[in-house]
Design a protein around this ligand. Sequence first.
Ligand code: GDP
Length: 438
Amino acid sequence: KPVVAIVGRPNVGKSTLFNRLAGNRIAIVEDRPGVTRDRIYASSEWLTHQFHIIDTGGIEVGSEDEILFRIREQAELAIAEANAIIFVADGKEGVTPADQEVAQILFRSRKPVALAVNKVDNPDQINNIYSFYELGLGEPFAISAEHGTGIGDLLDQVMADIPEDFEETEYDEDVIRVALIGRPNVGKSSLVNAILGTDRVLVSPEAGTTRDAIDTPFSTEDQDYVLIDTAGMRKRGKVYETTEKYSVLRALRAIERCDVAVLVIDGEQGIIEQDKKIAGYALEAGRAMMIVVNKWDIVEKDDKTAHKFEQEVRKQFPFMAWAPILFVSAKTKQRVHRILEIVKQNAENHALRIQTAVLNSVIEDAVAMTPPPTDKGRRLRVLYTTQVAVKPPAFAIFVNDPELMHFSYERYLENKLRSAFGFEGTPMRMFIRQKSSK
Ligand code: GDP
């Protein structure tokens, strides 16, 4: 899906516009403890067009210089990430020098830009928009993000501007799509280079030569892979990965397109809030996952250090106890070759399909071993189970009454499936359904 970015000075109404376009269809909503809600990225649609929308906004206070710096940064982010840009200005304030500067940057990028003049709340303010022609971005659209007026015309323009040949690269089903995710400076780029640099890895000579190539396809003897969104990493051209918000945004984009997410943690610095946030996104998206603790060469260790670190990881990421952990050094290449082995295993488990008969015999055994809970004298009866999806594996468990299911019993059944079939490295989904009475 194409990406539309919203750019503009503080207080012009970017977030209001974002929320209006996103409606209730926020792609990633976080209600998990320890994960804050970040409304910067959402799915949206207009008529028959579906698109992603990103809010590049950020700082809302600061000196003129600082604002100018940030908004330049935003513009660069939008140019790099988006297929079309909505530039929002303030119709009440008129054209400002910062608007002019950003308009120039956007204009030079040759990305399609639609100019939205916001806060035109009633028809007699329409004259406010004419001065905005001087920005050289074409016809200004008078909108009121708050009241929702003018937005249809604006979106018509944005959609018309997205290049016809826009297409996200599709990969064959049997290609494993891997993304290295993590906050800045944990060593993602170094690991990408270390992985691609080993002699059992074959990177196609064309990789990275086309303008839009952001992924790196490569192969080992027995498997094809593609590293998602690695162009910047390989060239070390990380212009805008400076703030947390932007790095989270990049991670979101990569998570969306991958099968297996490799969460990279800095072994020297340990786990911080942002690591958990990024892991939460990958989990929400249902991706297979492994945790790589990097920079292990510079960690002072004794024979218990790895074990302690592992316990800390398990404590900090209690919701992904199934994710394998690997301690590596991109610098010395210690254990780097193991990453792809684990990724491959994770990907297989992520796509695993279990035969219904086998599935049901495992569940029946589990139920016989530990009988289901009762509630007010009524006992849960587990009738049958089917696998309804892969990537991640999802199971529908049909019962006499879903209200009688307890979280702990559901967890018990999940763990039985995990130990029977080895779903290491992948999340699982369990749906408890009422068996329709005949
Ligand atoms: P990214 O922002 O996650 O892509 O991180 P980089 O790959 O740019 O690495 C950030 C810094 O950490 C650079 O100075 C690297 O040289 C350094 N670095 C990366 N991996 C290792 C490692 O395994 N050991 C050590 N000692 N330094 C590392």
